[in-house]
Structures are given as structure tokens and as C-alpha cells.
Design a protein around this ligand. Structure first.
Ligand code: GTS
Length: 214
């Protein structure tokens, strides 16, 4: 298998943590995509992922799978023991619900803020952003507020349970963790009152797959 990504970036890290959790790192070759140079917006990359984002998984039969959730489902099921995406219908339902919330209320909101309301990854990406309309920064700042509200939401969730989707670690934890990493990168601090979220984050930081991703 190949993974097209860029080391250290938040969404690619989600998949690299999955690879570590599933002990699959030695089955993958990484292909670096130069995001600051806008390589992911050029025709060659858009042919493998029309969304123009990383990571992308390429299977040995040539199939391309993009979107971290889809890649995680594939990798988690390879050994017939899906510990990250749920085994029972109830587990799968709850994990996917929380995964979607972690994306829309946190990591995607941070990403929109970072890429559209700040200089983001630099000048080469400017032509691929939303047009320079007067409300763009305000729109981006609303995404920042959304991300802050998302942190408060997950803080409340984690005040009542050990992990984002219940009693067990799942892909939703990986997504919230990556969302907080991205927020730090985008200079969006975790609100001071989010003690449960910070305690959970410290627990996540100590997890081997998080401290040593693929
Ligand atoms: N929903 C996608 C997924 O789950 O894979 C999000 C992927 C994504 O936004 N990737 C970012 C990207 O390629 C990388 S990261 O900086 O968020 O880690 N962004 C490029 C761009 O120009 O927006």
C-alpha cells in the first residue's frame, strides 16, 4: 500500500496513528505531497483525489481511497478485528456519529479558519482559496468560534465518559486529538474551562500510537 501525505500535518497524522494502532506501518510506503507548493491542487494529484486534500491511500490493486474515515475503516478491517471503528451496530453508530462531530465541529472548522482567514500555508495556495470577498475573514472567524464551541462540547462529553465515543478508545478520539493539534498550529487556544478535554489530551499524548505514529 502507498499513502500520499505530508508528515506532521493534522489529517495525515490521523491515518499515521491508525497505522501505529493496527501495527501496519511496515506495509505502507509514504509518498510526500508538497502542500506549500500546491502540488495537491495540480491535475496529477486531482486525478487521484478530486477534493485536492491529503491523505490518500492507494491499495496494491491501484484503488485510491481518500478521506480519513474511509481509510480508517479499510485499515481497521484488514485483520478482521475492527477496534477503532466499532464491532456491533451500536458501537459503529455511536463512533461514526462522534467522528462526524469531531470533523465538522472541530478539525474541519479549524482547517477552514486556518486556510481561509489566515495566510495558511502560504502564497502558492492563494489562487485555490475562496475569492477575496469582503466577508471571507469574518466567515473564517465564525469557523474559529465554531471550533471553540466544539472544544467546549467535547469537554462536556469527556466530563462524563473516558473517551469521545464512550468507554473505549476509537477513531473519534484520534480525530479530536488531531483537531486540537491543528488548533494549536492555527493559534486557537483551548478555552481555560476545558479541564476535562485537557486531561483527556494528556492521556492521549501518552498513548504509544500518538507519541510514535507511523
Ligand atoms: N476530510 C478530509 C479527510 O478526512 O481526509 C480532510 C483532509 C484535509 O483537509 N487535509 C488537509 C489538506 O490536504 C491536510 S491538513 O493540513 O488538514 O492536515 N489541506 C490542503 C488544502 O489546501 O486545504
Amino acid at each position: 500500500m502507498k499513502i500520499f501525505d505530508i508528515p506532521g500535518f493534522p489529517n495525515p497524522l490521523r491515518v499515521r496513528i491508525v497505522l501505529a494502532e493496527k501495527s501496519l506501518a511496515d506495509r505502507v510506503t509514504f509518498v510526500k505531497v508538497d502542500l506549500p507548493a500546491a502540488e495537491h491542487k495540480q491535475p496529477a494529484f486531482l486525478a487521484i483525489n478530486p477534493t485536492g486534500t491529503v491523505p490518500v491511500l492507494q491499495l496494491d490493486d491501484g484503488t485510491y481511497i481518500s478521506e480519513c474515515t474511509a481509510i480508517t475503516e479499510y485499515l481497521d478491517h484488514l485483520d478482521g478485528n475492527p477496534v477503532l471503528t466499532g464491532r456491533t451496530p451500536r458501537e459503529k453508530g455511536v463512533i461514526h456519529m462522534m467522528q462526524k462531530r469531531a470533523e465538522s465541529e472541530l478539525i474541519d472548522a479549524v482547517g477552514i479558519y486556518f486556510h481561509h482567514a489566515t495566510p495558511g500555508l502560504g502564497a502558492a495556495l492563494q489562487p485555490y482559496k475562496s475569492p477575496d470577498w469582503s466577508g471571507r475573514v469574518e466567515w473564517g472567524n465564525r469557523q474559529r468560534e465554531k471550533a471553540e464551541a466544539g472544544m467546549r462540547y467535547f469537554n462536556a462529553v469527556l466530563s462524563e465518559q473516558a473517551y469521545v465515543a464512550g468507554d473505549a478508545f476509537s477513531m473519534a478520539d484520534i480525530t479530536v486529538w488531531a483537531g486540537l493539534l491543528f488548533a494549536g498550529f492555527a493559534e486557537i487556544p483551548v478555552p481555560a474551562e476545558c479541564g476535562h478535554l485537557m486531561a483527556w489530551r494528556a492521556k492521549m499524548d501518552a498513548r504509544p500510537s500518538v507519541s510514535h505514529p507511523a
